[in-house]
Design a protein. Sequence first.
Length: 359
Amino acid sequence: MRRIKSIDAFRGLCIFYMIIGHAVIWWTKESHKDAVLILRRLTEILGATGFLFVSGISVVLALRRRMEKVKADLKYSMNDLFKEHYARSLLFLVLALMYNAITLIWFMGLSGIWSWYILFTITICLLIAYPLLKLQKITRIFLAFFIIFITYPLFGGLESLIARDPESGWTILYYILFNPIQEYPILPYFAYFSIGTVVGEIFYEIYSIKQDDLKDILVKKKIIRNFIIYGALLITTAVLCSIYIFDDPISFIIRTSFTWMLYGIGLDLILIGFLTYLHEFKLTPEWRYRFLFYFSYYSLTLYLGHNVIAFIFWERLDIVTCITIAILVAIGFWYLTRFLYNKSGPKYSVKYFISKRVS
C-alpha cells in the first residue's frame, strides 16, 4: 500500500503549528500573554491533540502492514511483530521519560518525570495500541466517548476527595492519571488516539483495494463525505452543548472542557477528510504536499529539536513580531529538513533510528 499523502499532510500541519505555537508562547512578552491565550484557544486543536489523532491512524497502518508481512514471509511471525512493536514502544517510553527529566525536573523535581506531556502520552497510547486493535471499530468508538464522559466527573471527584484528605491514596491516583492537568493526561486524551485507530482502519481497508475506480468511489464516500459529515455533527453538538447545557457559549474552545473534546475530534475528522479530498483528487500541487511532508517525515526529530529555539527571544517580543518571526523560523526548519532528506534520507529521523534498532 502506497504512502497516503493526506496523513503526511495532517501530521506535517500539526508539527508546523507546534513550532509556531511554542515559539509564540516562549517569546511573547508578559504584557501580550492575553493575546496569546486567545490565539491558543482558537487554534491549539491543531497541535498535540491532532498529533494524538494522527498517531492512532499511523500505528494502525504500521501494524496492519506488518500483519501482511506475517502472511507473506514465512520467516516473520506474529511473535516477531509483537516483540518489534513493544520494543519500539519501550524505546519511545525511555525517550519520553528522558525528555521529561531534561525539560521538567529542574523546576518540578523528580515528580516531573511522570508528566503527561505529549510524547509521554503518545508512548502510553502506543503500548495500549496492540490490544486495542483486537477490538471492533464500533467498540473503540464507544470506548473513546465513554472516556470523554467519565473523565470530568472522575477528575472532579478526585479533587473533592483530595481536598478532604490530602494524604490519602487518592492523591497518588490523581497524580498518575492527571499530572499535570494543563497538559495531555491519558484521560481524556486517549479518546483522540482511539478515534484515530478507527480512522486508520478505514484508510487501510480502502487503500488496500487494488481497483482504482472502486477505491476512488469509497474514498469519496467513506472518507471525504462521511468524515466531514460526522465531524460537522460533533462540532454542532459541542456548540449546542456549550450554549444550552453548560450555559457558556465559548466553552467548546476552552481546553480540557467536555465540549472542547467533542469539538476537537470533529475538527480532526473534517480536516483529514478535506486533506484527503485535496491530495487524492489532484487539487494540491506536489510542492505543497512536499512542504508538509518534510515536517511529517521528521516529526519526532523536530519535536525534540525545536526546543533549542526557546531561549532566543524568551518573553521579549510583542505578539505581531513574535508570530512573524515564528513563521520564518518554521520555514527555516522546512529548508533544513528538506536539505537533510535530499542529502541523507532517513538518516536524521529519530523514528527511523528507533525502528532500525528493533527490526
